[in-house]
Design a protein around this ligand. Structure first.
Ligand SMILES: Nc1ncnc2c1ncn2[C@@H]1O[C@H](COP(=O)(O)O)[C@@H](OP(=O)(O)O)[C@H]1O
Ligand SMILES: [Mg+2]
Ligand SMILES: [Mg+2]
Ligand SMILES: [Mg+2]
Length: 347
């Protein structure tokens, strides 16, 4: 089974959405940021990116369409939100037409409907697109890393993934701070099942195949984790790293840019341990997961089980998510097990 047509559509959608987000990040207004009912932030760019990706996929694929996406239009349909909906509509229309990709003018209602086409619940049957229109909204607001993350599920398995990371340097993060001839940013990672992982500059020039780090000695490995301590327990990952013998300090960046950076070997390990009670969502991991596995990496929960994307919107993982190469995974799993035992409250 080949997904070339779907991959081309996904790359086009994510690249256009990245441009929309870059424009907003450059000129972010306080009024562009709202707080959702779960107290997490959302911006006009999250909504605009979701509307745009949903529109582009429908235009390009003309097929039956199921989309599981993070945002919905509930808050935008409330009294007083008209101005913000108009701003989102303008952003979407500008991004669709700016490079001549489409000759359309969407109405505010078209945009709200495009956002709401992301209401699918996913599941183990048929095909479902999975979208995080801006992953790492907090990073986006700080001017740091974020990603547009788009994946396709078929029969509950991720079969393709695209990660647009507008602020990620094209050169390895390992070289950060050193003199590097290339300080350009903006990466597009993409992977199709069985086809490997590629990275290209977001401006569209040619793609290169990427591979995860081949490091076998944990002392030489470095690890990624969330910038936000509220999203992942930094003290637990520090204990795991210490047990493994990792010497380098953690590299803290927002969003699935971590999966992208790991897929090209910028670091060898990603640790994610949310605080008790948090349930992971499929859009926070689907694209990142295939980008890393097709580059030779392994993504599991703390018990060593692969992530199961077939159960709807949520991922039910044991304790957390860990990512590394095949050689380091057994050592990492042991360090995780020991650290969790040590941290568990004694009864
Ligand atoms: N308490 C929590 N624990 C773990 N993850 C959380 C969280 N609250 C929000 N998140 C998720 O963490 C994602 C960002 O991950 P990271 O820390 O790697 O940047 C957010 O994605 P969004 O920014 O798309 O909402 C959100 O889904
Ligand atoms: Mg969010
Ligand atoms: Mg997210
Ligand atoms: Mg998001």
């Amino acid at each position: 089974m080949s997904y070339h047509k779907e991959l081309a559509a996904a790359k086009k959608a994510a690249s256009l959405a990245a441009r929309l987000c870059q424009n907003v990040q450059k000129a972010l207004l306080q009024s562009d940021v709202q707080s959702k009912t779960d107290k997490t932030p959302v911006t006009v760019a999250d909504y605009g990116s979701q509307a745009l990706v949903s529109f582009v996929l429908q235009q390009e694929l003309h097929a039956e369409f199921s989309l599981v996406a993070e945002e919905d239009s509930k808050d935008l349909r409330k009294d007083g939100a008209q101005e913000i909906v108009e701003r989102i509509t303008k952003l979407v229309n500008n991004s669709l037409t700016s490079d001549g990709s489409y000759n359309v003018t969407l109405s505010t209602e078209d945009v709200l409907k495009a956002i709401d086409s992301g209401i699918s619940e996913g599941g183990c049957q048929g095909r479902h697109w999975v979208l995080d229109p801006i992953d790492g909204t907090k990073g986006f607001l700080r001017g740091d890393q974020y990603a547009i993350a788009l994946a396709l599920l078929a029969g509950g398995k991720v079969v393709l993934g695209v990660l647009a990371c507008p602020n990620l340097p094209l050169a390895s993060l390992k070289d950060a701070g050193q003199h590097s001839p290339n300080n350009e940013v903006g990466c597009l990672f993409f992977a199709e099942v069985g086809g490997g992982t590629y990275m290209q500059p977001l401006d569209g020039s040619s793609a290169v195949k990427v591979q995860v780090s081949a490091v076998e000695n944990p002392e030489e490995a470095s690890f990624f984790e969330s910038y936000e301590a509220a999203h992942s327990m930094h003290d637990l990952s520090s204990l795991i790293a210490q047990k493994l013998g990792v010497k380098a300090p953690p590299v803290r960046i927002d969003s699935q840019a971590k999966y992208g950076a790991l897929s090209r070997g910028d670091g060898a390990i990603y640790l994610r341990f949310p605080h008790k009670g948090y349930r992971e969502k499929i859009w926070d991991h689907a694209a990142g997961c295939i980008v890393v596995t097709e580059a030779g990496g392994v993504v599991t929960d703390a018990a060593g089980q692969p992530l199961d994307f077939s159960k709807g919107k949520h991922l039910d993982v044991d304790t957390g998510i860990i990512v590394t190469n095949q050689k380091l995974m057994p050592l990492l799993l042991n360090a995780v097990k020991e650290s969790l035992k040590e941290k568990a409250p004694s009864s």
